[in-house]
Design a protein around this ligand. Structure first.
Ligand code: ATP
Ligand code: MG
Length: 392
C-alpha cells in the first residue's frame, strides 16, 4: 500500500539534555496513539525528526489535524521522499509544484536547500539553485521571487534520504502529555477554566476535572455544556475523568448562616477544600483554576489570598496575568469558545450577592465560616461525587 510521509518536528523536546530520550519516547507514543485511528499508520524517530507514514488514501488534513494536537509537536509537513540524486529531486519537486499550480494557481516560488548530510556533494545554496532551475524549466508559469514568494519549497538532504516539502503547519508546542505529573482542574462552564486546563496539559500535565453544580438551581443542560467542553479538551488529552459534585447543600448553609456579601468567597473556599480532597484521593499533585487577577470580585489579590488559605496543595492559575481578550483568543484557537459562551447558569451565579466583598479580610471570613460545620460539609460533598469519563 502506498504511504504518504509527514515530517513531524518537536519543539522544546529537542532542547532537553540527558532526559531527551525519555521525552522522545513519550512523544512518539503520543503520536502513534493519535494516528492509530488510521490503519497501517506508523511513526519513528530518525536523527531528531519524526517520520510519520500513513496510507496515501487518508486525506492530508486529517493526518495533520491529529499530529498538531499532540503536545510537544512544533510543526508538521507533508513531504515527498526522493533518492539522494539531484536530478530526481528536481523532477519530484517540479511534479509537486505543478500540483500546487493546478490547485492554487500560484505564480512565484523559491527553493530552500538544506544539507544535513555533509557527504552529499552539493552544498545547500547550490541545491536550491539547481532544483529551482529544474522547476522553472518544467513549470513555465512560475517565476522566482526570493523575498516574498507565493510558495517556498524546502529540499532537505539527510543521511537516509532527501525530503521535499512546502508548508510547515504549526503545532501547539509544549511537552508530551504525561511527562509532568497530574493535576485537577476546577472546571466551570465558562471561558477561562478550559483554557487553563489546556495550558497545563500543554506543559505535559495529565488532567482530571472536578465540576460543581447546584442542581436543581442549575440545569442538567448546564452540566452537559461542561461535558462538551471537557470533550473538546479530550481531543488533545485523551479520555478525561470528571468528578461531579452537587454544591447546593453547602450553598444553602452559607446563605442561611453567613453574611450575604461573602457568599461567593465562602463558596469558593469550599470548592477548593473539596477539590483538594478529591485530588488527594486520586494522586493529583496540584489544583488548577481559571482565575485571572482582578477579573471579578472573587479574583482580586485579597480574595485569592483568602481562597488559597484553605488548601495546602499548590494551586496553579495559568491565566493569572493574562488579559481577558487574550484568554478569549486562546479559547477560540483551541475550540472551546463557542461552547463556553452558551448561556447556561453556573453554580457560582446561584445566590450571587448584590455587592460581593472585594477586599476580604481572612480573619473575618474565618469568623463567618465558624457558623458552619466545615469538615462535615466537605466530607459529605466528597462522598456524594459522581464520576464521568469523557472520551474524545
Ligand atoms: P470561568 O470562565 O472558568 O468560569 P470565571 O471568570 O467565570 O471563570 P469564576 O466563576 O469566579 O470565574 O470562577 C473562577 C474559577 O473557579 C474558574 O476558572 C474555575 O476554575 C473555578 N470554578 C468556578 N465555577 C466552578 C464550577 N461550577 N465548578 C468547578 N470549578 C469552578
Ligand atoms: Mg465561571
Amino acid at each position: 500500500m502506498e504511504k504518504k510521509l509527514y515530517i513531524v518536528r518537536c519543539g522544546e523536546v529537542a532542547l532537553k539534555g540527558m532526559n531527551k530520550p525519555y521525552f522522545e519516547r513519550i512523544l512518539l507514543e503520543r503520536v502513534i496513539k493519535a494516528i492509530s485511528c488510521f490503519d497501517d499508520a506508523e511513526a519513528k524517530w530518525i536523527d531528531g525528526l519524526m517520520f510519520v507514514r500513513v496510507p496515501a488514501s487518508v486525506p492530508e488534513d486529517d493526518v495533520i489535524a491529529k499530529c498538531v494536537r499532540v503536545f510537544g509537536v512544533a510543526s508538521v509537513s507533508p513531504a515527498v521522499e526522493a533518492p539522494k540524486d539531484i536530478d530526481e529531486i528536481g523532477r519530484l519537486a517540479a511534479e509537486m509544484m505543478q500540483q500546487i499550480i493546478d490547485e492554487e494557481g500560484v505564480h512565484t516560488f523559491k527553493v530552500k536547500g538544506k544539507r544535513a548530510d555533509k557527504s552529499f556533494a552539493i552544498e545547500s545554496p547550490e541545491i536550491g539553485r539547481i532544483v529551482g532551475a529544474i522547476i522553472l524549466k518544467k513549470c513555465k508559469v512560475l517565476s522566482v521571487n526570493v523575498h516574498d514568494p507565493d510558495v517556498t519549497v524546502t529540499v532537505d538532504v539527510r543521511r537516509e534520504g532527501a525530503y521535499i516539502f512546502r508548508d510547515k503547519i504549526k503545532g501547539f508546542g509544549g511537552l508530551p502529555l504525561g511527562t509532568n505529573g497530574k493535576g485537577l482542574i476546577l472546571m466551570s462552564g465558562g471561558i477561562d477554566s478550559p483554557v487553563a486546563a489546556f495550558m497545563m496539559a500543554k506543559r505535559g500535565m495529565s488532567i482530571e476535572a472536578v465540576h460543581f453544580h447546584s442542581y436543581p438551581y442549575t440545569s442538567p443542560r448546564a452540566q452537559k455544556k461542561v461535558e462538551e467542553l471537557v470533550k473538546v479538551l479530550a481531543g488533545y488529552m485523551g479520555t478525561v475523568r470528571m468528578h461531579v459534585i452537587n454544591l447546593l447543600p453547602i450553598q444553602e448553609q452559607i446563605v442561611q448562616h453567613c453574611p450575604e456579601d461573602e457568599t461567593t468567597l465562602l463558596v469558593r473556599r469550599f470548592m477548593m477544600r473539596i477539590a483538594e480532597q478529591i485530588a488527594l484521593k486520586n494522586n493529583d499533585m496540584m489544583l488548577i483554576t481559571g482565575e485571572d487577577l482582578g477579573q471579578v470580585a472573587s479574583q482580586t489579590a485579597e480574595a485569592l489570598v483568602v481562597t488559597d488559605s484553605v488548601v495546602t496543595m499548590p494551586v496553579m492559575r495559568p491565566l493569572i496575568a493574562m488579559d481577558k481578550v487574550d484568554i478569549m483568543d486562546k479559547a477560540r484557537e483551541i475550540g472551546t469558545y463557542d461552547i463556553s459562551i452558551q448561556p447556561y447558569e453556573d453554580c457560582c451565579t446561584v445566590f450571587l450577592p448584590k455587592h460581593p466583598v472585594t477586599k476580604p479580610k481572612l480573619a473575618r471570613i474565618e469568623q463567618s465560616e465558624s457558623a458552619l460545620d466545615v469538615k462535615a460539609l466537605v466530607d459529605a460533598a466528597v462522598a456524594s461525587e459522581e464520576i464521568i469519563d469523557i472520551r474524545p
